[in-house]
Design a protein around this ligand. Structure first.
Ligand SMILES: [Zn+2]
Length: 180
C-alpha cells in the first residue's frame, strides 16, 4: 500500500493514530482480519482528527489497561519487574508517570538508551498496541505543546529529537498477529 500524501506533521500523526486505533478495535474484537467496518472506523477517525471534530484520546483513557496489567509492557512477563522510561531519560524523556511503564529487568536493560521504535526494529518485532499507543500519544502531546502540528511535512526530520516519529508504523499486521 502506498503511503498517503500529507501536508502537515499533524496529518502524518493522525493517519498513524487512525491506523493504530483501527488495529486496536479489531484486536479487542478478536478479529482474524480487518473488515470493512474497521476501515470505516479508520476513515472516520482520520477525517475527524484532521478537521478538529475528533481528538486523540487522553492518556488517562489508557490507565485502565495498566491497572489490571502488572506485567512487563514489552514482553508480558512478570519476572523482576522494574519501572522503565518509555522515552529514555538519556534522550530527554521526563520522569513522570506518563513516561513510565512496567518492564521486566531483561527488557529494561536490553532497551536501555535506545529509542523504543529503534529497539523494536532491532528485535524485528512489532510493538504491542498499548506500547505504541503510549509512544504515539507522548509524541503528539510533545509536538502539540511545541505548536508544531501545523508545520509542513518536510520539516518532520528536524522535529524528531525526542521521538522517532518517522518510524511510527501505518501498516499493521493482521489483528490476530497483534498483542495488547
Ligand atoms: Zn519484558
Amino acid at each position: 500500500m502506498k503511503e498517503k500524501e500529507f501536508a502537515t506533521i499533524g496529518e502524518y500523526l493522525y493517519w498513524r493514530y487512525a491506523n493504530m486505533a483501527m488495529a486496536h478495535v479489531a484486536l479487542k474484537n478478536s478479529r482474524e482480519k480487518y473488515e470493512v467496518a474497521d476501515y470505516m472506523i479508520r476513515a472516520k477517525l482520520y477525517k475527524g482528527l484532521c478537521t478538529g471534530n475528533m481528538n486523540i484520546a487522553s492518556l488517562y483513557d489508557d490507565e485502565k489497561y495498566k491497572l489490571n496489567n502488572i506485567s512487563c509492557c514489552y514482553c508480558g512477563g512478570s519476572n523482576e519487574l522494574t519501572l522503565d522510561h518509555i522515552i529514555p531519560k538519556f534522550s530527554g524523556g521526563k520522569d513522570t508517570g506518563d513516561n513510565i511503564m512496567y518492564a521486566c529487568k531483561t527488557c529494561n536493560s536490553s532497551k536501555n538508551k535506545n529509542d523504543l521504535l529503534v529497539w523494536y526494529q532491532k528485535r524485528n518485532e512489532f510493538p504491542p498496541i498499548l506500547v505504541l499507543r503510549r509512544y504515539l500519544k507522548l509524541a503528539f502531546i510533545n509536538l502539540k505543546e511545541a505548536e508544531k502540528l501545523d508545520f509542513p511535512i518536510d520539516q518532520l526530520e528536524n522535529n524528531n529529537r525526542l521521538f522517532r516519529i518517522d518510524l511510527l508504523p501505518y501498516q499493521f499486521p493482521q489483528p490476530n498477529l497483534l498483542r495488547l
